[in-house]
Design a protein around this ligand. Structure first.
Ligand SMILES: Nc1ncnc2c1ncn2[C@@H]1O[C@H](COP(=O)(O)OP(=O)(O)O)[C@@H](O)[C@H]1O
Ligand SMILES: [Mg+2]
Length: 259
């Protein structure tokens, strides 16, 4: 049965989408069947994988509002062996449209249930907010949350609010919700980055991934070629870091791969 992880941090620009794409790409590289769910109306993950948003007929929106199952909207990138449940502009309306609906926070969990057997890993990329879409992402995170934290000043600002939201979700909707790990992103050699890493370590002592993602121009360039780093610049430091993160996740999940 597949594992479901949700990438969440209500701060924008911390590396959620970059991590979803590149972790997903390396999990696929190591032989896993991967589905990426683009839960952000901005559709960054969808475009980063080279999908033309205007060509997409449906996606996660249709599944959330119960208009159709998710399966027929899944796109496969055969080169990467990654599947994508894309975001479409309509998703922007879901935040409001779902408000009066029954079971509005469990829509995504139910929508991806029929897909669990088809994939080894389902990664959900959340928007930068703590609204109803992100709540759906939290409730669907069967195996836990992956929280990217950018190594910058005030990195942990807002983490308290995220932790509170996680506790509320545990109390009301999903008692088993766990934090699988915190990933430090955009690390550079400055002392500030080290301080932030130490601070994060203090805050989440048991849950920090050993793999640290460096700041890398290659990682920022890859999306404009519609490619993950594993294709665009496989020998770059950013690629090596995401490969290491994928191996760490796999090892923690008890899945053996050769390096
Ligand atoms: N490790 C990194 N090094 C350099 N640039 C990065 C790195 N990670 C992300 N970026 C860039 O930073 C911006 C924000 O990253 P993104 O993954 O879209 O964040 P989020 O999804 O949390 O909003 C993007 O332009 C992305 O290309
Ligand atoms: Mg994003």
């Amino acid at each position: 049965m597949g594992r479901i992880y949700t990438l969440v941090n209500q701060k924008g620009g911390v590396g959620k989408t970059t991590t979803a794409i590149n972790l997903g790409a390396y999990l696929a590289y190591y032989g896993q069947r991967v589905l990426l769910v683009d839960l952000d109306p901005q559709a960054n993950a969808t475009s980063c994988l080279g999908v033309d948003k205007r060509q997409v007929k449906g996606g996660v929106y249709e599944a959330l509002i119960g208009k159709s199952p998710a399966l027929p909207h899944i796109l496969l990138n055969p080169r990467l062996k990654i599947s994508l449940l894309p975001s479409t502009p309509a998703l922007a309306g879901a935040e409001v449209e779902l408000v009066p609906e029954l079971a509005r926070e469990t829509r995504l969990r139910e929508a991806i249930k029929p897909l669990i057997e088809r994939y080894d890993y389902i990664l959900i990329d959340c928007p930068p907010s703590l609204g109803l879409l992100t709540l759906n992402g939290l409730v669907a995170a069967r195996n836990g949350l992956i929280i990217p934290v950018q190594s910058e000043y005030l990195a942990l600002e807002g983490i308290g609010m995220l932790t509170q939201t996680v506790q509320r979700v545990r109390a009301a909707l999903f008692p088993e919700l766990s934090i699988r790990g915190v990933v430090i992103t955009m690390f550079d050699r400055h002392n500030l980055s080290r301080d932030v890493a130490a601070e994060v370590q203090k805050h989440f002592p048991q849950q920090i991934f050993q793999a640290v993602i460096p700041r890398s121009v290659r990682l920022a360039e890859a999306p404009s070629y519609g490619q993950p780093i594993s294709l665009y610049a496989p020998s770059s430091t950013g690629a090596q870091a995401y490969a290491a993160l994928a191996r760490e996740l796999l090892a923690g999940d008890g899945i053996q791969v050769s390096p």
